[in-house]
Design a protein around this ligand. Structure first.
Ligand code: ATP
Ligand code: NCN
Length: 222
């Protein structure tokens, strides 16, 4: 069983990495594939180009057991619809392997507006990263889309290639790529929100604005 974490990753941060790790452990996933999107379907143009964002994901995931960078959305033309990605993954992995599409609560809430939304559960399970104690109540369009598919048993995910929705409790770090970009733009130091290797690459490539004004990451105590 494999996990799929798509995102704009503009840039990737510890919020993404933490949910990937915790869901991998909770569901005993063989791997989590990180899928940076080429052209995000439902949002404005990212601050960094697709290759640069994928390069940051590569640095963040390097050497982490079970974390895999999957570049298939980068080379496709048009918006990076998840439906197309799932069909492409099915061609590579076959019809039987259970897929777990990992979504944050905000992405899950927007699911009814996705391309071919009604067909997604025919290709994958959906695992929602859930902040313990937070409501799992769904707005009517979302409930209509996934109602009756919700399970609390990981065994149900293993038993079929797709079709279930499961909430998994994770440590949700209050980090967003927007906030990281804003810190960089203002010349602030976003260390401890993103891996050092990612920050280093951002600085080297001059991504996201005033990065040259930032202190070096290896600055010692003075
Ligand atoms: N801190 C976080 N904790 C849990 N899930 C997250 C967190 N940040 C993002 N996600 C989830 O990771 C996936 C990819 O998110 P995305 O690349 O858009 O990052 P983001 O931080 O939300 O970006 P932005 O601030 O630019 O909107 C989405 O499913 C999103 O819900
Ligand atoms: O397929 C769609 O219509 C669709 C609409 C919105 C978002 N997505 C996917 O959801 C993931 C998270 O999106 P985002 O905008 O939060 O980075 C990313 O992989 C997107 O490609 C997909």
């Amino acid at each position: 069983m494999i996990g799929l974490l798509g995102g704009t990753f503009d840039p990737i941060h510890y919020g993404h990495l933490r949910i990937a790790l915790e869901i991998r452990e909770a569901l005993d996933l063989d791997e989590v594939r990180f899928l940076p999107c080429g052209i995000p379907p439902h949002r404005s143009v990212p601050g960094a180009d697709a290759e640069a964002r994928a390069g940051l994901v590569e640095r963040a995931t390097a050497g982490v057991p079970g974390f895999v960078l999957d570049r298939r959305e980068l080379t496709r033309s048009g918006p990076s619809y998840t439906y197309d990605t799932l069909r492409s993954l099915r061609r590579d992995f076959g019809p039987e392997l259970p897929f777990c599409l990992i979504l944050g609560a905000d992405a899950f809430a927007g699911l009814p507006a996705w391309h071919h939304a009604a067909d997604l559960l025919g290709l994958t399970h959906i695992v929602v990263a859930h902040r313990p104690g937070e409501s799992t109540e769904m707005a009517p369009p979302l409930a209509a889309l996934v109602g009756g598919r919700v399970t609390a048993r990981a065994g149900d995910l293993r038993a079929a290639p797709g079709g279930c929705v499961m909430w998994v409790d994770v440590t949700q770090l209050d980090i967003s790529a927007t906030a990281v970009r804003e810190q960089l733009r203002r010349g602030r130091d976003p260390r401890f929100l993103i891996p050092d290797a990612v920050l280093e690459a951002i600085r080297t490539q001059g991504l996201y604005g005033r990065t040259s004004a930032m202190p070096p990451t290896d600055r010692g105590v003075t």
